[in-house]
Ligand binder design. Structure first.
Ligand code: ATP
Ligand code: MG
Length: 265
């Protein structure tokens, strides 16, 4: 489904642009259909940069990203770009930055219907949008006519998840999707992502600092450190037999281990 090949992104810094930051350094991995893969690493390790490249928000310095065999930077442009975003969606760390401040929630949600390409009546749109908002714990009457800045951080994050719930993309890039929400709503979000995976074989790249959370939700974990993927394995392999020193330190620092899917009430 998704194949990332030797991806590198260098940022240049300083007045003379002589300082180079290898934000992402020769990263390769694959995600299969219906697989939940976590990308775990400390702040600044290159997780968001990787997600931005896959979402076509930032071009890579070198390397490529293949989605269903097509190079996302070469083969999707113009009219086919819409097809890409029909299939690949992001849920971000800072959802505020990703909304147009002039669009009300209703418009943000209804944009999804343009991607779906189905003829829907106004009533059907309203019903689908309301169902999706309720599924993520938002009250449609309360939020539809608000602007993004009138919502809380957690509500904005849930709005992005409601979009995914409507669109049912093949791949979701979830960058710290639960960073701004309380434990209870976090359970709802995690459960929703799992439901999408189980019912629609949605693949998920789940980006987090939290190895404990990654352990319980993932089929596979990628450990990122200073721009590189230094270790990969099943959650049990990573927790029981960490190879790299950094991974060992991470495993030791896991504060609380979640138990099972069913613990996310
Ligand atoms: N637009 C940019 N210009 C210059 N440097 C950047 C830019 N974006 C990211 N970086 C640098 O690239 C590195 C990786 O950043 P990135 O945001 O990918 O980290 P991250 O793993 O998502 O961290 P966090 O967990 O804090 O979100 C950091 O050193 C960051 O300062
Ligand atoms: Mg980040």
């Amino acid at each position: 489904m998704l194949k990332v090949v030797n991806l590198t992104r260098i940022f240049t810094m300083g007045l003379l642009k002589r300082r180079y930051i290898y934000a992402v350094n020769n990263v390769s991995f694959e995600i299969k259909s219906g697989e939940i893969v976590s990308l775990v690493g400390e702040s600044g390790s290159g997780k968001t940069t990787t997600a931005k490249i896959i979402l076509r928000l930032l071009p890579p310095t070198s390397g490529k990203v293949l989605f269903e065999g097509k190079d996302i930077w070469r083969d999707y442009k113009g009219s086919t770009l819409k097809e890409y975003y029909r299939n690949v969606q992001g849920i971000f760390q800072d959802p505020y930055a990703s909304y147009n401040p002039l669009y009300k929630v209703r418009r943000v949600i209804y944009q999804v219907f343009n991607l779906i390409n189905e003829d829907l009546s106004d009533e059907e749109k309203y019903r689908l949008a309301s169902d999706a908002l309720r599924a993520v714990g938002l009250n449609p009457e309360e939020v539809l006519d608000k602007y993004p800045h009138e919502l809380s951080g957690g509500q904005r994050q849930r709005l992005m998840i409601a979009r995914c719930y409507l669109l049912k993309p093949k791949l979701i890039l979830a960058d710290e999707p639960t960073s701004m929400i309380d434990a209870c709503s976090r359970g709802i979000v995690i459960k929703l992502l799992n439901e999408l995976r189980n019912e629609y074989k949605t693949s998920i790249l789940f980006i987090t600092h939290d190895l404990g959370l990654a352990y319980y939700i993932s089929d596979r974990i990628l450990i990122m450190y200073k721009g590189r993927i230094i270790e990969t394995g099943t959650p049990d392999e990573i927790i029981s037999h960490p190879q790299h020193e950094y991974t060992k330190a991470l495993v030791e620092s896991v504060p609380l281990l979640y138990k099972k899917w069913s613990d996310f009430a």
